[in-house]
Design a protein around this ligand. Structure first.
Ligand SMILES: Nc1ncnc2c1ncn2[C@@H]1O[C@H](COP(=O)(O)OP(=O)(O)OP(=O)(O)O)[C@@H](O)[C@H]1O
Length: 353
């Protein structure tokens, strides 16, 4: 097994550069998730590692091998796609063994590897079925099984759960986590779903417009984002951002009746604009004239999401675990501990520390 190293990796389609000088180290056995909004280049980067897209410049290494110009079939990777791409006329076991059969492996070896993959993925009851007689989740398990059978150094997953319904996605997410634990191979996983990223990853790579915004463990990114983009992308519901102004060494929020926030971070000059970020679970509300109105309450059972609108027009989401009965349209006071606020430069959107 091996890690993956990208050095100055660049991808251009004609004059359009979609991946910009990516440097990244994915360690042996690590579960690495590429996450980011649509079009940020996640799939392109994964396909460059797979050898399905040519790398315009820079280097890709798997273990010690420079694979930048190596054919996809020689890289020692196996990819699982969003569409399962199974052969409809073959049974589950034939689908899983197909790659090895094409490479001329002996029947006995193929049978053993298919049996092992089937055990790991609990597919024993389905081995003789054709793909059309399987559910979406079972089909995706077969596609994963096909990758396992090939015994790759690196597994690549391109949004493998996006075609499944919500409940099945959760089941399969758990199953993929278990798979990683059991076989311990290096896995690289692309998703735009930050919950999948948070729950599966050892390491998350947040991409935007072909550039890495931040790399870190899920909790590092959550607790210590480098910029407003990462702060807003990681965590659900997303962090609230309010416009603030530096006054007398504090930050004043006009949206919350000029509430002052004290902080130890290095603030810019008096009068500068800064963005104050507070996560929904760090906010509370109470009845009173605090500059905001409870516009809508979504009750989910143990928790409610309260959607507020400040007089400034700014929108605020509060994760509310109390059972207060404030009716919608109430005026509310929004509370939070100053220590829970993060501060971002209004222009560069970089975190102020
Ligand atoms: N063949 C191509 N020619 C030109 N531009 C391309 C080509 N393929 C992809 N792109 C562009 O490269 C960028 C990255 O695409 P990519 O599919 O990697 O994004 P993504 O982050 O995986 O998005 P999504 O989540 O929507 O799949 C996009 O702006 C896309 O339009």
């Amino acid at each position: 097994m091996s890690g993956v190293t990208l050095s100055n990796a660049v991808k251009k389609y004609g004059d359009v550069q979609v991946i910009h000088d990516i440097d990244l180290q994915i360690d042996n056995g690590e579960f690495c998730v590429f996450v980011g909004p649509s079009g940020c280049g996640k799939s392109t980067l994964l396909r460059m590692i797979a050898g399905l897209e040519e790398t315009t410049s820079g280097q890709i290494r798997i273990g010690e091998r420079d694979v930048t110009r190596v054919d996809a079939s020689e890289r020692g990777v196996a990819m699982v796609f969003q569409t399962y791409a199974l052969y409809p006329h073959m049974s589950v076991s034939e689908n899983m063994g197909f790659g090895l059969r094409m490479n001329g492996h002996p029947k006995q070896v193929i049978a053993e590897k298919v049996a092992e993959a089937s055990r790991i993925l609990q597919l024993d009851d389905y081995l003789d079925r054709k793909p059309k007689a399987l559910s979406g989740g079972q089909r995706q398990r077969v596609a994963i099984g096909r990758a396992i059978v090939r015994g790759p150094e690196v597994f690549l997953f391109d949004e493998p759960l996006s075609n499944l319904d919500a409940e099945l996605r959760v089941d399969m997410r758990v199953e993929i986590a278990r798979l990683h634990k059991e076989i311990g191979a290096t896995m690289i996983y692309v998703t735009h779903d930050q919950v999948e990223a948070m729950t599966l990853a050892d390491k998350i790579v947040v991409l935007r417009a072909g550039v890495i915004e931040q790399v870190g463990s899920p909790m590092d990114l959550y607790k210590d984002p480098d910029n407003k983009f990462v702060a807003g992308f990681i965590g659900s519901p997303a962090m609230n951002f309010l416009n603030g102004t530096v006054r007398g060494g504090k930050v004043v929020l006009s949206s919350l009746n000029n509430r002052e926030v004290t902080t130890e971070v290095m603030l810019p000059a008096e009068g500068s604009r800064v963005i104050v970020g507070v996560r929904p679970q760090h906010l509370s509300i109470s009845a009173g004239n605090g500059g905001a109105v409870l516009d809508l309450r979504e009750r989910l059972g143990g928790v409610s999401y309260d959607y507020l609108i400040a007089k400034t027009g700014e929108k605020i989401i509060v994760e509310n675990r109390t059972e207060d009965t404030l009716p919608e349209s109430s005026e509310v006071i929004v509370g939070f501990g100053d220590g829970d606020a993060m501060f971002f430069d209004a222009t560069t959107e970089k975190r102020l520390r």
